[in-house]
Design a protein around this ligand. Structure first.
Ligand code: C2E
Ligand code: CA
Ligand code: CA
Length: 895
């Protein structure tokens, strides 16, 4: 903390506690006053001490002067006699001196020196040695004697050590005769010795009662500057009281201090200080206490203010919270049942702000009749158990509006034992409504899921069954054949297949062409019935193509058994079938092969073997059966005529596209065309794909056909465009083999594609490939090239919704086998509707193929299917016809 901060902090602290400040000031003032009083006390004491010393010194000084003066007066008496009798002799001198001195102890002797030579002496005894001393010649005394003669006045010298022992002052008086005459006549000198000890004793310097230390300076009467001859020098240095002793011809300087020195403090100092302290205490203590209480009072006030502000803030917050959350607060006195409501509770019940408080009964009556009993019970139980309660009830407010209200309350008891119920309530109508809507939506979603699940199950069933005969289809057969090969397949518990009958209807195409599809269909259904009737229950019957069936045998069966079974079937099939007042006849050829269990891929081989046998049966005249043999196989493989023809046809460019237009379901505008491969055979005419695709697949040349069709289609599209006829979009079929062909995507880069004008139709199975990620990756690349992706024959295979989500194609093309029955069959219609719905929910457009009648078109349009393709609208046609068709369409449109 800096100095400035510390000061600021201190100021703040003090300003918060003014009581402390007052006490501090009082303390400082009292202390200063105490110190001042103490100093005053000392000063008074000091003065008193000096006065005392001064008084004693005065007495001593007076006595010193008196003693000297009295001694001198005696000598002056003698001098007076000498002036009268200048020639007095020793005897006379001694007698007068004797009289004058009496028993004065102070004067030791008096000597007379007429003409400056000592010749007179009293007493002579002890002083005889001085007789004859000539002042003019004595070195020691001459100077002093001459000075006295010159000044004409007495001079006091000493103290000095005396010849006769001891110490004394010597007073020398010059004596002049004939004083009126000038010059005066010098008689000589009279001197006397004053005994020092006697002098001191007489002056009271030895007095025991003397309470001062005394020093006398001014030897030889030299005054303040003379040397000290009595007492100690130190007195002079200790701030003494001084006085001057006046002497004839000079002075002494006397100085005194108290005997024990100046006392540093007065004896009553501590008493005075104690009294001062007590007095100070009496002043400061009350201020301190009062200040303390004042500060505490102020702190309490501050705290009170703070709490008040806090309370205010809290209550404001609470108010805001209650207002924004629209929670109402109410209270009820349990004894009187009186209610107190706040404005929000009133609002909730639709009661005006100025209306009187409703009674408990009125409030009760506002609840919904169905909720009333329960609400009352919950409330009364809470009161009885003095506990909390929570409830949700409906109420009708004053305006008759119904609301859901949630109430939470609790019983509380105050110190006086008075009980009330305090509670909150708020409007939860919206929550309840939302909840019920969510539950409704949930129910619907569940229902919808069930429907979708049903649809999925149906689709799965459909994917494995032929819709016309209800028999398993080719895919199911493949799965069934897989059993025993690798243990896989859907029907894991099934017995392995031991033999296969491949059955093909003869003359079926004629019936179809002459009597129509319905007749053809009826024949197929009949054939299925015959097969079922002819086989055992655990045998497996499938329809694997337009007019092809397979009867797979499980368990032991000999060649003879199967021969008999084939003959039986052939016999029954040959029976005429009545159809619309006519009799239809057709026959069957059957190829039979036995499984070589344990060989790899035996299912597929079994089918090929049976196919080879069938081929032979047909070749050698119809209505017969044939068993497969390796020799037969060799024969066929060597023959290979169809395959050779296809390869030759490819080389000669005999595979050409036919175009079948596609339409917008609502406007019936042409939205695009599907390119379908045709073999323009030099001898057999234009052939449909069912005659060559299978063989081409076995030869692995479908990719080549696909490529050729794509290139020709694009060429035709461009050619038509340059002739002013726009083909909005061409869809080409892409086989799985081509789709997975290395370099496929790259090869497309060179074709000069325009985005949105080309679409690829992929079979559902392509999407189900286990290398789904790779497929998805390729699809993304195609999309990036501006090529649309469609799932062909959707609903016939296993395309799952998940795979749709993964690959996100632009269009679904509903399989024509699903579409064709929708006019008669409700269930089929439902199924197609579900598919349309799935497409829509995933934001994928849906087109239907196999639209054979305008009734189909209307149903599909109403379902929400966007695109239509089928014989009812247009058949596949060569490019030359397509140009005419499009021009006509355009003309129709303009008209
Ligand atoms: P798809 O792709 O399902 O083609 C539609 C088939 O339904 C065409 O038979 C078309 O003539 C026929 N169709 C159109 N409208 C109707 C209708 O209203 N009723 C009925 N019953 N049929 C209708 P198409 O041309 O014989 O082709 C058969 C299949 O051969 C095609 O089925 C497709 O899977 C395959 N295909 C045709 N062209 C090619 C091709 O260039 N490459 C490959 N890989 N496959 C092709
Ligand atoms: Ca197609
Ligand atoms: Ca199709």
């Amino acid at each position: 903390m800096s100095k400035f901060e510390r000061t600021a902090c201190l100021i703040k602290q003090v300003s918060r506690n003014p009581g402390q400040l007052a006490a501090g000031i009082a303390l400082a003032v009292t202390f200063a006053a105490g110190v001042f009083a103490d100093m005053q006390n000392q000063a008074v004491h000091h003065q008193r001490e000096r006065a005392f010393v001064s008084k004693q010194l005065g007495q001593v000084r007076a006595r010193l002067e008196a003693e000297i003066t009295s001694g001198i007066q005696l000598v002056r008496g003698l001098i007076a006699v000498i002036k009268l009798e200048p020639d007095l002799d020793q005897q006379r001198f001694s007698r007068i001196a004797q009289n004058l001195m009496g028993d004065e102890p102070l004067l030791r002797n008096i000597a007379g020196a007429p003409d400056l030579v000592i010749s007179l002496m009293h007493p002579m005894e002890g002083n005889r040695a001085a007789i004859g001393l000539d002042y003019t010649k004595d070195a020691l005394q001459r100077e002093a004697a001459m000075r006295a003669v010159e000044t004409g006045d007495m001079l006091l010298a000493g103290p000095i050590d005396l010849r006769q022992g001891g110490r004394g002052f010597v007073a020398r008086f010059p004596v002049f005769l004939d004083e009126e005459r000038t010059p005066e006549t010098l008689w000589g000198i009279v001197s006397t010795v004053i005994d020092v000890d006697a002098f001191y004793a007489a002056s009271g310097l030895d007095d025991e009662n003397l309470a001062i230390d005394l020093t006398i300076a001014g030897k030889d009467a030299t005054g303040v500057d003379g040397p000290v001859f009595y007492g100690s020098q130190s007195v002079l240095d200790a701030d003494p009281v001084t006085a001057t002793v006046s002497l004839p011809g000079g002075s002494w300087h006397v100085a005194a201090t108290p005997r024990d020195g100046w006392s540093s403090s007065p004896p009553n100092a501590w008493l005075v200080r104690s009294l001062l302290f007590l007095a100070g205490l009496l002043v400061v203590l009350p201020i301190l206490i009062a200040g303390h209480y004042y500060d505490r009072h102020r702190a309490d006030l501050r705290e009170l203010n703070r709490r008040e502000r806090q309370l205010e803030r809290l209550s404001q917050r609470l108010k805001l919270a209650l207002e924004t959350s629209r929670i109402g607060v109410w209270e009820m006195d349990i004894e009187t049942r009186k209610l107190t409501w706040d404005s929000r509770t009133r609002e909730l019940y639709g009661i005006d702000a100025d209306a009187p408080e409703p009674s408990f009964e009125e409030c009760d009556a506002m609840s919904h009749p169905d909720d009333r009993a329960q609400a009352r019970m919950v409330f009364e139980q809470a009161i009885a158990s003095e506990s909390r309660f929570e409830n949700e009830i409906r109420i009708y407010d004053r305006k008759g509006v119904m609301r859901w209200v949630r109430t939470i309350g609790a019983v509380s008891r105050d110190a006086q034992g008075h009980t009330t119920v305090l509670g909150v309530n708020w409007d939860i109508s919206q929550d309840i409504e939302l909840k019920s809507r969510l539950m409704d939506a949930n129910r619907k979603a569940e229902l919808r899921n069930l429907e979708l699940e049903d649809a999925r199950a149906l689709m799965e069933y459909n994917s494995l069954h032929d819709s016309l005969t209800g028999l398993p289809n080719r895919r199911y057969l493949d799965q069934r054949l897989a059993v025993g090969t690798d243990g896989g397949g859907t029907s894991g518990g099934d017995e392995p297949i031991t033999a296969l009958l491949h059955i093909d209807l003869d003359r079926f195409k004629q019936i179809n062409d002459t009597l129509g599809h319905a007749a053809g269909d009826a024949m197929l259904v009949h054939a299925a019935e015959v097969l079922k009737a002819s086989s055992r229950s655990d045998d497996f019957i499938a329809r694997i193509g337009g007019d092809e069936f397979v009867l797979a045998i499980t368990g032991e069966a000999s060649e003879a058994d199967l021969g008999r079974l084939a003959t039986r079937i052939i016999e029954r099939m040959r029976q005429p079938v009545p159809y619309e007042n006519q009799e239809c006849r057709f026959g069957v050829s059957i190829g039979i092969a036995f499984a070589e269990a344990g060989t790899p891929d035996y299912g597929r081989r079994l089918l090929i073997d049976a196919d080879i046998a069938l081929y032979r049966a047909k070749k050698s005249g119809r209505n017969r059966h044939e068993f497969f043999t390796p020799e037969l196989k060799a024969e066929i493989v060597n023959g290979r005529s169809l395959a050779d023809e296809i390869l030759a046809g490819l080389e000669r460019g005999e595979f050409i596209p036919y175009f079948q237009p596609q339409f917008d379901a609502w406007t019936l505008d042409v939205t695009g065309v599907e390119a379908l491969a045709r073999w323009d055979h030099p001898e057999r005419g234009v052939l449909a794909p069912d005659t060559f695709l299978k063989a081409a697949e076995e030869l692995n040349v479908v990719q080549m056909i696909d490529r050729s069709i794509l290139e020709q289609s694009l060429f035709q599209q461009a050619r038509l465009a340059s002739a002013g006829v726009q083909v909005p979009k061409v869809s080409v079929n892409v086989s799985a083999g081509r789709f997975n062909e290395p370099g496929f995507i790259e090869s497309l880069g060179n074709l000069g594609l325009t985005a949105g004008k080309l679409s690829f139709e992929l079979l559902e199975s392509v999407f189900l490939d286990e290398r789904c990620e790779k497929v998805a990756g390729n699809i993304e690349k195609l999309k990036a090239l501006g090529i649309d992706i469609e799932i062909d024959d959707f609903g016939s295979g296993y395309a799952s919704i998940v795979s749709l989500l993964n690959t996100r194609p632009s269009r679904l093309k509903i399989d024509r086998r699903l579409v064709m029955p929708i006019v008669e069959c409700d269930q089929q219609r439902q199924l197609v509707a579900s598919i349309v719905e799935i497409g829509r929910s995933l934001d994928i457009r849906v087109i239907a193929e196999g639209v054979e009648t305008m009734a189909h078109a209307a149903i599909l349009r109403d379902m929400g299917c966007e695109g239509l393709q089928g014989y009812a609208l247009a058949r596949p046609m060569p490019s030359a016809h397509l140009k005419e068709f499009l021009c006509r369409e355009r003309a129709r449109h303009i008209a």
